[in-house]
Write a protein that binds this ligand. Structure first.
Ligand code: ZN
Ligand code: ZN
Length: 177
């Protein structure tokens, strides 16, 4: 969805919309959108071609756990406060704009704001560094692949203290002598 910024004249414009998951296609490799996403935002003019955009996005993303690779849901409740400036050809000009205050600067093109991009950006900001289905996820057994959250297996723990391994090597050598 594109929002035409030229329709904002002095007054603030309010957008309240629900988006079906299909508008987020093609899907991002980091997450999936499986349920409707709610967006509410206010747009107001903050300069000749500068717009202040504040709002909130509510969604539920599906991620894959980094340990057990099972899918899990991540609720998103993101508020944002952005300053939209026209995308310029010259990076120096864009940088000068950014230095003005500490609002996050975003760019619009040809008078329109890409609302889907805005929401995607909020999703990215909310993604954890390492997605986990739960903090104490036990992951998969490295030997047999059993999901250790749901079952246990008979494999011996593979982790071995390297110092212990060195000692064992020493003992083995002693046995050989
Ligand atoms: Zn997990
Ligand atoms: Zn195992």
């Amino acid at each position: 969805m594109l929002f035409d910024l030229r329709q904002v004249h002095g007054e603030r414009a309010h957008v309240e919309r629900t988006f079906e998951p299909a508008v987020f296609d093609p899907p991002d490799p980091d997450y999936r959108v499986n349920s409707p996403v709610r967006l509410s935002m206010d747009i107001e003019k903050a300069g000749t071609d500068v717009f202040r955009v504040t709002g909130r996005v509510l969604a539920q993303l599906e991620l894959d756990c980094g340990r057990c690779v099972e899918a899990f849901d991540l609720p998103i409740d993101g508020t944002f406060e952005l300053r939209y400036v026209p995308q310029t050809e010259s990076p120096a000009e864009a940088e000068r704009e950014i230095a003005e205050d500490d609002l996050t600067t975003a760019f619009y093109r040809e008078g329109v704001l890409d609302v889907i991009d805005l929401m995607r950006e909020q999703f990215q900001l909310a993604l954890p560094m390492k997605p986990l289905c739960r903090d104490d996820c036990q992951g998969l057994c490295p030997t047999c692949g059993t999901n250790l959250n749901r079952a246990s297996c008979a494999c011996a723990p593979r982790w071995e203290d390297p110092r212990l391994a060195a000692l064992k090597g020493l003992l083995d050598r002693q046995k050989e002598n």
